[in-house]
Design a protein around this ligand. Structure first.
Ligand SMILES: [Zn+2]
Length: 336
């Protein structure tokens, strides 16, 4: 591997990468649902029902404490991640992967549940993704000094599952219910991870691509209980209801090769937001949006002490999140 993974997934991903040769031959092609018995008449499945190997077609999955996730199509996985206000409990990343005949695998934080066969395949999907990344890194970050505890010196980053292909992500904005007028903050946040990035005395050239397509009336496929609904093949940034202390929720859908299919972002209408760099109260929309775009591009949370954009929580008026930290730059450079 060209670089070591940093952050909380470091140990997991490097140990997975070590076994990639062993499991690399497992076929990941989606297979249609078999003639398994119906799970139940309930609209929602529990993980226990899921582990019994029944037909889950068209059902949602009830994850204790995390609400109901729509089960993605065979061969697809969905991941969801929250940004919460500083001081509230950390919300773990959730992944629901549908492996067709092998069933559905679920990961909450680092904890796997679901069908045993599906878990093996889902982990193989992650290995394949990590292996591809390690051979596809972009330019090299240069300059600076190393010190582990500030935004400009911490090298911490963590990668999730899924990257965009060469065409990048084309996205829409739904302004219904907007607390901040205009799309400037979202456009700036999307662009913060692309092209020539200069911050903290460092420089990277990121090949991540995004295109703003226009406004839409389509919703983000994210529920008011902060879970991922069925996707509609449209990448949408939108506003709406979320649970208390949630600033945002982002969902993204990935195929079995690790290519992103869709990403939606939802910003909480129940929170106070600010759009001014001279922020007096509320949460800085552009700063928080820069974090959400980090998820959309393929990064996940690092510890709050690192000071990176990809730390899990945000305080009020945290306008410093508008620009990337050293670790954030290393992460996007690894991916694109
Ligand atoms: Zn996040």
């Amino acid at each position: 591997m060209k670089r070591a993974y940093e952050g909380r997934r470091r140990t997991v991903l490097t140990s997975l990468a070590a076994s990639v040769i062993v499991i690399g031959g497992i076929g990941l092609a989606a297979t249609p649902a078999s003639a398994a018995p119906q799970c139940s008449n309930e609209r929602f499945l529990t993980i226990t029902q899921l582990e019994q190997g029944c037909d889950f077609h068209g059902k949602a999955l009830r994850i204790s404490g995390d609400g109901d996730f729509a089960i993605p199509a065979p061969g697809e996985a969905v991941l969801g991640d929250a940004a919460t206000v500083d001081g509230s409990p950390d919300v773990p990343e959730v992944m629901v992967a549908n492996l067709g005949d092998e069933g559905v695998a679920v990961r909450v934080g680092d904890q796997w549940t679901g069908s045993v066969a599906a878990r093996a395949k889902a982990e193989a999907m992650l290995h394949k993704n990590a292996a591809r990344r390690s051979s596809g890194a972009g330019s090299t970050v240069t300059g600076g000094v190393s010190n582990p505890s500030t935004k400009c010196s911490s090298t911490a980053y963590a990668l999730t599952y899924g990257v965009w292909g060469a065409g990048g992500v084309g996205w829409y904005y739904n302004q219904y219910g907007a607390i901040v007028v205009g799309d400037t903050a979202f456009k700036s946040a999307a662009a913060a991870w692309t092209g020539s990035i200069s911050a903290c005395g460092y420089y990277v050239n990121s090949s991540a691509k995004q295109t703003y397509i226009g406004t839409t009336t389509a919703n983000a496929n994210i529920t008011s209980s902060a879970t991922c609904a069925a996707r509609d093949s449209k990448n949408v940034v939108a506003w709406g209801a979320l649970p208390a202390n949630y600033l945002t929720y982002t969902c993204w859908w990935v195929d079995s090769w690790g290519d992103n299919l869709e990403s939606d972002q939802k910003y909480a209408t129940g929170m106070a937001w600010s759009s001014s760099p001279t922020c007096y109260s509320g949460y800085d929309l552009q700063g928080v949006a820069t974090h959400e775009w980090g998820h959309t591009y393929g990064l996940t949370h690092v510890d709050g002490s690192t000071g990176q954009v990809m730390k899990g929580g945000s305080g009020t008026c945290e306008v410093s999140q508008r620009t990337l930290g050293h670790g954030d730059m290393l992460g996007i450079d690894w991916l694109y």
